[in-house]
Ligand binder design. Sequence first.
Ligand code: R5P
Length: 295
Amino acid sequence: MADLDDLREGSRFGIGTPVAKQDPFYVKGAENLSWGAKHRLSRIFNPKSGRAVMLAFDHGFIMGPTSGVERIDLNIAPLMQYADCLMCTRGILRTSVSPTLNKPICMRSDAGTSILTKLNDNVIIDIEDAIRLDVSAMAVMVAMGDPDTEATTVANLYRLADQGHKYGIPVMGVTAVGKDMARDSRYFCLASRVCAENGASIVKTYYCEGFANVVACTPVPIVIAGGKKLPERDALELCYKAINDGAAGVDMGRNVFQSECPVAMIQAVSALLHENLSVDEAFSMYNDLRNDATK
Ligand code: R5P
């Protein structure tokens, strides 16, 4: 029972003062989502810049311990503090990410086949586990154009979005590009739009020529995957071009954790996104931090 001693009657009712207006919600396409979903999105996308640096280290769920993710505690843990959001599986979250870190999690929420057989024959997580883990978003693969898994993966997104909307957890559609698929804006426009139309609140896709069209036709924020490892300056240029064309962020793995200096790379990417650094400025920051780290 609260202490009732000296309980004072309220007097500051602001009669005549209109109710304070709230700004429209800043995340693209999210105005009509629930409070919980907006709260989670605002943990991922920085409210000042509107952008997000997501650190992806879910690669092991299909590839095992590939270069850079052999030891999450050694290779990835030192980078986590610099990311706006961590993208990983529930196995890595429970075993290797401290719950005291206080970073939003975009959890890889589908699983099935690995690179040893055929990819994307997946099922989705039980939503109760996502709730237990207090994740801020759930990521699901969508294999547009793959005759074997397109229908299953779109259905996975659809079902996960149903569950996510019920509990205020946004879903991120991850476009999986088959080996034979043209990586052009026509394909990425279609794949990203299908994800958004079927319930994704974020779409993760790849940068391409004509990327501005992909952003324009997709009514939710787009984050780009980094893809295969590039020289650091090229990776920063990729981020710059994507942001310049309207991407809301990056969800990058190999170009960070396979960098010669991952801790410098993630800080340079973050400054490029949030402080609008040019490619040259970001690369120079990377070099300075790398030199400091190797002293
Ligand atoms: C792809 O489905 C994986 O989930 C990765 O998270 C994604 O490809 C991003 O990693 P990277 O920047 O290494 O391509």
